[in-house]
Design a protein around this ligand. Structure first.
Ligand code: SF4
Length: 368
């Protein structure tokens, strides 16, 4: 078994400072308020009154792994399908009608039905319709990430789920995802392959959350030092009800989650912090403006869920904030926060020769 890298476990003063912010003390209420105020000031200074918005699109629910906490694990009896090209076009157009122009494409682990070639064709298609295309799929090689970048993919989201190796082994029952170190090294391969952004996270509830938060912080910091031009983001997903009925052994409450989000904003002032529709409308509204800078909207976790919202099969998990894009944007504006659908980042960060105009033209990503 390959050993974990030293950067993951080595203690240092920055990690200790984060640990101190994460540990509730007797004056917890006051301290949380203090953290919130500092977090809010940093967020306002670095990001202004804006919220970057995206939506997930499930390309396929085929999977070769057996993650205990997931509704798409290969032992679930869920009907399996993948979007064919015309279905994908309809799905993308349905999303565009909602105003969405930043899409996160998802699949399970690599399978014969939804492997790299399928993903590459899907990215190329999505890049014709959307301003920004990123993926949350199976780990790939540097060459594969490079090929996806050439087709218009600019970012990768890949959660380690938990950095507790013992817990990781236990809950990833079979399949390629069982390889802890291979997954740990994936964000660096994605950046080496030309991705502009990488999103990390732990699935809160799987393991002791303070230890996971510290490891996640070290992972982000390690990548930031090596890939200093990369756009890094951190998500805070909590386990939601799903087919399979997995119950989190380390449930995380609202107060700890808020504390963790504020602490990450203070420790990582330039990093995008992401909160998805797994969280309730009330919690998301409360976090907007305090620390979170990127949110998903109008999410569907079923394959084909935007074009066919009434499909009966279950999604990967249940969402909590089910407001429409319109209602969600209205709630943001009511808090004096501007929803941002257009993402200019590729134009600023892209290779020399990429102009702002290139980014605006939607068919600027021909697949080789
Ligand atoms: S979490 Fe991903 S890899 Fe694991 S079973 Fe679900 S879809 Fe497959």
């Amino acid at each position: 078994m390959k050993a974990s890298p030293e950067w993951l476990t080595a203690g240092d003063r920055d990690s200790e400072a984060l640990a101190a912010m994460l540990a509730p003390c007797s004056a917890e209420a006051l301290e949380l308020e203090t953290l919130a105020a500092e977090s809010r000031a940093i967020t306002l200074r670095r990001f202004g009154r804006t919220m970057s918005l995206y939506a997930p699109l499930y390309l396929s629910n085929y999977c070769s792994s057996g993650c205990e906490y997931c509704g798409f694990a290969s032992d679930r009896t869920t009907l399996r399908r993948r979007l064919e090209p015309d279905e994908l076009d309809r799905e993308l157009l349905a999303m565009k009608r909602l105003g969405i122009s930043d899409v996160l494409l998802l699949t399970g682990e690599r399978t014969g039905q939804a492997g790299f070639d399928y993903l590459q064709r899907s990215v190329e298609r999505a890049a014709r319709h959307m301003q920004r295309v990123t993926v949350e799929t199976f780990p790939m090689s540097v060459a594969e990430y490079r090929a996806l970048a050439d087709c218009g993919c600019t970012g990768v989201t890949i959660y380690q789920e938990t950095y507790d190796r013992g817990r990781y082994e236990a809950i990833h029952r079979w399949g390629p995802k069982k390889d802890f170190v291979q997954r740990l090294e994936t964000p660096a391969r994605a950046l080496e392959g030309g991705m502009k952004t990488v999103g990390l996270g732990v699935l809160l509830g799987l393991a002791e959350p303070v230890a996971d938060a510290l490891s996640l912080y070290r992972h982000v910091r390690h990548l930031g030092r090596t890939w200093w031009r990369a756009g890094l983001s951190v998500s805070f997903p909590r386990i939601r009800p799903q087919t399979g009925g997995y119950q989190p052994p380390f449930p995380v409450g609202d107060r700890f989650l808020a504390r963790m989000i504020f602490a990450f904003r203070i420790a990582l002032p330039d990093v995008d912090l992401v909160l998805s529709t797994r969280e309730s409308a009330a919690f998301r509204d409360g976090m907007a403006g305090l620390a979170i800078t990127r949110m998903s909207i109008a999410s569907r976790t079923t394959v084909g869920g935007y074009d066919e919202p009434d499909r009966a099969e279950p999604g990967q998990f249940d969402i909590s904030d089910d407001r429409s894009a319109e209602a969600f944007c209205a709630a943001l504006r009511a808090r004096n926060i501007e929803p941002v659908f257009k993402n200019w980042e590729p134009a600023y960060n892209g290779p020399s020769g990429v102009s702002l105009q290139d980014d605006v033209v939607s068919e600027a990503h021909p697949c080789p």
